[in-house]
Design a protein around this ligand. Sequence first.
Ligand code: F6R
Ligand code: ZN
Length: 177
Amino acid sequence: MSGKESFLNKVNFKTGELSVCGSHNKTYLSDIKDLFRDKDEVYKRLKENPLIYETFYPDIKENGNYVFYGITKIHPGKIGKEFFMTKGHLHIPEQITEAYLCLSGKGMLLEQKDNTVQKTLMEPGTINYVGESSFHRVYNIGNEPLIFYISCNADFEHDYSLLENGGFLDVVTVDDL
Ligand code: F6R
Ligand code: ZN
């Protein structure tokens, strides 16, 4: 499968799994330990090394005429006061926008553009549109897995440079609720 031919998929709203899945990736605390602000808590929790989030993508090749989609599942939990989250990235080219449809759970989309941050709620049925040149990261602010469908143009790359240059200007913690 490459995206050239039509195909049917089915997402399990409880687990996030796709019936037709090309890649299933798991990100543990050890993979993103430097991103959480509370370093003492990170150190304590590394022994247990919780699973933070998973992604499920069908095989759709990079092609500017194709639509790409997938599922992201963020597990519930916190490191100190900060909720479990994705890394956060920008799309290259920056003009590639993206839509997130929340299927289950409760989340907060953190966006940063031109040194301004914005937080937008995600809950079943919300559709978040991530515009051009927007660094975006998602937090699970609930007690159950946050599962959302993502879709964008299939010819793009992820740029994580913000994370090596001081990170986001703000984070999402229990104080946001
Ligand atoms: C794709 C997209 C999502 C994220 C996923 C993990 O552009 O926004 O599929 O890839 O939520 O995000 P990162 O890679 O920032 O950890
Ligand atoms: Zn994205």
